[in-house]
Design a protein around this ligand. Structure first.
Ligand SMILES: Cc1cc2nc3c(=O)[nH]c(=O)nc-3n(C[C@H](O)[C@H](O)[C@H](O)COP(=O)(O)OP(=O)(O)OC[C@H]3O[C@@H](n4cnc5c(N)ncnc54)[C@H](O)[C@@H]3O)c2cc1C
Length: 819
């Protein structure tokens, strides 16, 4: 074994070996993989080998697509067969809502170029003659299906060996029976790994240790939010019916998924593999994988699977006459949202994670591809936020991860509603006024561990969501909240905002070097600033306020706490001239917005609030009621006259009550996240994470006024210069969708020109309650982006006409804001 390497990958499952292969492909051939046992000894050896392209996530969808394409060409490149059976993949639907889900998915598939077909029951029968279409009683009728012709299943061990061959052919080294047991930093900042076969020093380390992710994390001082769950599949003997079908010339049947009964079924040597995702599957190894568990399995638990077995037998009656050969029950890595952890570790340099894979055979190719790009080039080629390990924060306790992972596992096949909010491990993080909001009828959702009020049920209305892809029970109530802010005054609790305090003599220069806009130089001024990627994409959005001399207050999205904190920390000057403090937990935030907001606040603050004394886009530190040291920011994300109150957290109750007392005469009320979504879309305010991502530059996003090309160097500047010279590939637009009755855009729908050519994608959408229009936001090719341009959007399978509107269609001159 080498004693030094540029990069060490820990873990020889399919994910680790793919990472090694892609690093070598990128020219990093001074790369070593360490595996404690033998390659595939973790979960890889017993995986069922399915490669589903279906995924509701835009990012994960792209990773899976890359994998499927790669696996098809690997045998030719490496000379190693991988047994890729391109059988196709058939997902059945037995209700209209399931078809809505498939149609929603098709939008995403269209925007990333995954081929699919929506088919009817008779085509299902043609493709899959052994299936029962249903009797409308014990076996629900099939109403349609989603068919992917391009995927199928593969032999996971063969795939790993092909990737191994490809990596080794390029000079990478693989060491089996080599366990990493301890880690430290060398004085020069490299990693010193102790293994059971000697020591090795590396500049970069990648952890790809599957079920061992938590204990590997502990070696590096990280709490990695991945805990495995038991997952089983049943292997059946040969089926006489299947044999007869194949003998008569039938081709291998597509992998069948009856989503509404939560199982998959595929052929295996003229028999079947049946894999349910059942309720009651326990999380395992929360404290680490015990030594006795090597290349082992758990005892099969058929009782747990029985409801799914019976459902499968009703759907495919020939299954009933097959004997069971084996039950495979193994640990499958999970994370609370079911997506893997791919990217940099937080708080430490040159440490990378490729962990938490529950569809690791499918994702190995894509995750290796993007992670290798990230390591070798400093950033990934696509927006990876949906899988970035820093999307989680310190709230991922062992119990939280355990409960969430069990919930995510049993929900793999549920309908993935866009407004779904799952109940387990909640409430965890709450704003101080949580109980007050609850008493006011709040229906909560969870983001980054925080409970956030999505909407408020008035008295007499059940405080519960009925999830849907279409307008649903909360629609009128969200409308009422939005209109209250447009017409009177409302309060939004945005305590989860990420908040940093930056102080010190170097604060201004450092902050300025991070972002494309000029940061404020005068106390009381604020700027909207974007930190860019080297490719010129948008990585973060900060509202930076100058509170005082050498003192800045930096606010960003609540879900970006660890992501932004890590970026700020890793770019901090080493000379101690800047002090960075994450003060997210010590300040709360209430937005008070609407035409009467000034009158409400005036009762609580001394001193004037008029435009001359307190103009739009400025900040003051004031006393509000009994609260001291409140940062009043005259800015908001809803496009109304209003202020954000950022206050020391201990004043939350007092301020909340004081605002409601002062606002009673104006019928003040709460508004939730969904009203905010409607309001911000009416103003074309771009949301970090959906509208603003590394995939698009600020010029594409129409944020030119927040970029100062002449201010000197900043990250991403040269990429922007190139874009200025060449022109932008996309432009951000706001559009109105015509003739919508019940389904507004939600994001990830494809956009077309009038001839039906794809010209872009929607990134968000909602009903604008003040404008009374169905609205969408998105990126399209510049030649279609002028106001008035006619375009089309596909919503749940239906093509709709749309018209490009002026940016900020509600109050384009910002009269409300400046009132
Ligand atoms: C029953 C079952 C069926 C499945 N079916 C499918 C399927 O059809 N399709 C699909 O996409 N996915 C499937 N999966 C999931 C899939 O198996 C995993 O996602 C995938 O194998 C994960 O690969 P990995 O490389 O991340 O982890 P692993 O394969 O578990 O590899 C991790 C490796 O790290 C090594 N290691 C750990 N710690 C150390 C250390 N300190 N030093 C050195 N080495 C270390 C381990 O020995 C292990 O070999 C299934 C899982 C199960 C349980």
């Amino acid at each position: 074994m080498k004693s030094h390497s540029r990069v060490v990958v820990i873990g020889g499952g399919v994910v680790g070996v793919s990472t090694l292969y892609h690093l070598a492909l990128k020219g990093w051939t001074d790369a070593v993989l360490l595996e404690r046992a033998e390659l595939t000894a973790g979960s890889t050896w017993h995986a069922a080998g399915l490669l589903p392209l279906f995924n509701m996530s835009y990012t994960v969808g792209q990773l899976h697509k890359y994998s499927v394409d790669l696996y098809k060409r690997l045998p030719a490149e490496t000379g190693q067969e991988v047994s890729f059976h391109v059988t196709g993949n058939l997902r059945l639907a037995t209700c209209a809502e399931r078809m809505d889900e498939y149609q929603k998915y098709c939008g995403t598939a269209n925007t990333i170029g995954v081929p699919f077909q929506i088919i009817g029951p008779s085509e299902v029968k043609e493709l899959w003659p052994l299936v029962e279409l249903g009797d409308g009683a014990a076996t629900a009728n099939i109403v349609g299906a989603l068919y992917h012709p391009d995927d199928g299943h593969i032999a996971p061990a063969d795939l790993t060996m092909a990737l191994r061959k490809g990596a080794r052919a390029r000079g990478a080294e693989i060491n089996e029976q080599t366990e990493v047991t301890a880690v430290k930093r060398t004085p020069s900042g490299e990693w010193h790994l102790t293994t059971t076969r000697g020591d090795i020093i590396a500049e970069h380390v990648v952890c790809a240790t599957g079920n061992y992710a938590r204990q590997t994390g502990r070696l590096f001082g990280l709490n990695v939010p991945s805990i495995p769950v038991e997952h089983q599949y049943i292997v059946y003997d040969e089926s006489e019916e299947l044999k007869a079908y194949r003998k008569a010339g039938g081709r291998e049947l597509a992998v069948l998924r009856e989503s509404d009964q939560s199982y998959y079924l595929r052929e295996e040597r003229l028999g079947w593999i049946l894999g349910p995702y059942e309720a009651g599957a326990p999380a395992r190894f929360a404290d680490g994988v015990p030594d006795w568990f090597g290349k082992n399995l758990f005892e099969g638990d058929l009782d747990r699977l029985l409801p799914h077995v019976e459902a499968a037998q009703r759907r495919v009656p020939s299954l009933s006459s097959c004997g069971i050969k084996d039950i495979v029950n193994g640990p499958i890595a999970y994370t609370p949202d079911g997506s893997p952890l791919i990217g940099p570790a937080w708080g430490t340099r040159n440490l990378w994670l490729n962990e938490g894979h529950s569809f690791g055979i499918t994702a190995a190719g894509g995750s290796g591809w993007q992670l290798a790009e990230w390591i070798t080039e400093g950033e990934p080629g696509i927006d990876m936020m949906a899988v970035d390990p820093r999307r989680y924060g310190p709230y991922t306790s062992k119990r939280y991860v355990t409960q969430k992972n069990e919930e995510t596992y049993r929900n793999v096949f549920v309908i993935h509603y866009p407004d779904e909010e799952r109940p387990d491990a909640r409430p965890a993080k709450t704003s101080p006024v949580y109980d007050k909001l609850k008493r006011m009828g709040a229906v909560f959702g969870q983001r980054y561990g925080w409970e956030r009020a999505n909407w408020f049920a008035p008295s007499g209305v059940e405080a519960k969501d009925r999830w849907s892809f279409r307008r649903t029970n909360y629609f009128p109530h969200v409308g009422r909240e939005a209109l209250r802010i447009r017409q009177q005054v409302g309060v939004i609790d945005l305590t989860p905002f990420t908040k940093h305090e930056v102080t010190g003599p170097g604060a201004e220069t450092w902050l300025d070097s991070l972002v494309a806009n000029k940061i404020p130089t005068k106390t009381g001024r604020m700027s909207l600033c974007h930190a860019l990627t080297r490719r010129g994409g948008i990585r973060s959005e900060f509202t930076i306020t100058k509170i005082g001399d050498q003192h800045f207050y930096v606010v960003s999205a609540g879900a970006a706490e660890r992501y932004d904190s890590d970026y700020l920390l890793k770019t901090l000057p080493a000379d101690g001239s800047v002090v960075l403090r994450n003060i997210t937990m010590s300040r709360g935030c209430f937005v008070v917005a609407g035409p009467r907001s000034r009158e409400v606040l005036a009762k609580l603050v001394d001193g004037p609030l008029d435009n001359a004394s307190f103009p739009w886009l400025t900040a003051q530190v004031r006393e509000v009621g009994l609260a001291t040291d409140v940062y009043l920011l005259r800015v908001n994300f809803v496009g109304a006259l209003g202020w954000e109150l950022h206050f020391p957290i201990e004043y939350a109750h007092h301020l909340f009550d004081a605002l409601f007392d002062a606002g009673a005469e104006f019928d003040i009320g709460m508004a939730g996240m969904r009203a905010m979504e409607s309001l911000r879309i009416e103003k074309s305010y771009r949301m970090w994470g959906s509208d603003l991502t590394p995939d698009y530059s600020p010029f594409e996003a129409g944020l030119d006024r927040f970029v100062r090309m002449n201010k000197g160097e900043f990250v991403g500047r040269s990429a922007l210069e190139a874009q200025l010279a060449k022109g932008v590939p996309h432009r951000f637009v706001t559009f109105e969708v015509h003739d919508v009755t019940d389904a507004d855009p939600l994001g990830n729908e494809p956009l077309f020109d009038v001839k039906g050519n794809i010209i872009g994608r929607a990134t968000a959408g909602y009903f604008g309650h003040a404008l009374k229009k169905s609205l969408g936001l998105g990126y399209i090719r510049p030649e279609h982006a002028q106001v008035g341009s006619k375009i089309q959007i596909e919503i749940l399978g239906e093509r709709r006409h749309a018209t490009v509107l002026v940016d900020s269609p509600y109050d384009p001159e910002n009269k409300d804001l400046r009132a």
